[in-house]
Design a protein around this ligand. Structure first.
Ligand code: ADP
Ligand code: MG
Length: 321
């Protein structure tokens, strides 16, 4: 099988049902129709074998997760993901691996009504790079630099679960049924596109939590030239993290990566309306602290002490390979 047969066999059949794809896979470039009154969001994320996933990871999960982490970036901008291109680097043509990859990709596209519109296929160390395109109403993209002193800080779900799942995998812990469910958080995460209307209406800044709350909130603070004070008692920690990590549970929730929840800020004056609407729409977000005019992020411990919070999430260039 050569590169062209591979594209023909594995990627062309993942046809899209989206009528806004004018030219899909098979030409020199794809062409899509952006709806009127909308602007285009573009983001790229790469997963590298041995760095972002285990070398023997099921290719279904590799493909599914590669799409989810990209969707998460569009979700953090308050947008709706629409189209994507896939740049695949393969060490060899392994048909079993490619079949699983195709299944994972097809399921991800189906779940979020996305169209694969092109890509590139090369030989080399295994990596999966996706560029995703999304749409947001003109001027409504939620940026990192909009947080103001006094804004309330929210996270969209429990944290630390994916880091705990990774720990289970590394320690080869035998898992009970509910612990197996936790593996889903790591292998098939759910990006929070469902919150986009709420974010468009209320968020002053937003980011997705891919590297851990401490790191990702620090990006909002740096971009917005503000600081933050978090309340340790309000940080939502996944129950299995509490069970397994004991006194280290808060650390896991603050610094564990891969949760793909959102962190966002809301004006103090909008808080009660926002919370009321969350309940009406069946969402559960957690208030964790406030933006202030200091230059650092601090956390108030349960016993009342306030300590600096250093961004200790994952950083590719600070770890030995
Ligand atoms: P070119 O040489 O013009 O760059 P290619 O031979 O790389 O074209 O690709 C042929 C067509 O197949 C293009 O439309 C490209 O977008 C698509 N394609 C290539 N690799 C992939 C892939 N991994 N996934 C989806 N589409 C792909
Ligand atoms: Mg090409």
């Amino acid at each position: 099988m050569n590169e062209f047969q591979l594209i023909e066999y594995f990627f062309k059949p993942i046809l899209s049902k989206r009528p806004d794809v004018a030219i899909g896979i098979g030409d020199d470039a794809a062409s899509v129709k952006i709806a009127s009154g909308m602007e285009l969001l573009v983001s790229t994320d790469t997963l590298v074998s041995g760095v972002h996933f285990f070398r023997d990871e099921d290719a279904f999960h590799v493909a599914f997760k590669a799409v989810m982490v990209n969707i998460s970036d569009i979700a953090a901008m308050g947008g709706v993901p629409c189209w994507l291109t896939l740049s695949l680097t393969l060490p060899e043509i392994n048909e079993h691996w490619l079949c699983r990859f195709k299944e994972g990709l097809a399921q991800a596209l189906e779940t979020f009504n996305l169209a694969l519109i092109g890509g590139d296929t090369t030989r080399g160390p295994l990596s999966v790079s996706i560029t995703i395109l999304g749409q947001v109403p003109l001027g409504k993209a939620i940026r990192r630099d909009g947080a103001k002193p006094g804004d309330a800080i929210y996270v969209s779900g429990e944290l630390g679960g994916a880091a705990q799942a990774l720990r289970f995998l590394m320690d080869k812990t035998p898992l009970s049924q509910d612990e197996k469910v936790l593996m889903q958080k790591l292998q098939v995460p759910t990006p929070r596109v469902d919150l986009r209307m709420m974010l468009q209406q209320y968020a002053t800044a937003a980011i997705d939590i891919s590297d851990g709350l401490s790191s990702d909130l620090s990006h909002i603070c740096q971009a917005s030239h503000v600081g933050a004070l978090l309340q340790a008692s309000l940080v939502p920690i996944h129950p299995l993290v509490k069970k397994y990590q004991g006194t280290k549970a808060l650390d896991f929730a603050l610094n564990g990566g891969d949760d793909y929840e959102l962190c966002f800020t809301v004006k103090a004056a909008d808080r009660s309306l926002f919370q009321q609407e969350l309940i009406e729409q069946g969402f559960c977000c957690f208030f964790v602290g406030c933006i202030d005019d200091k230059k650092t992020i601090r956390i108030k411990k349960e016993e009342g002490r306030i300590v600096p919070l250093t961004a200790a999430g994952y950083n590719h260039f600070s770890m030995p390979l």
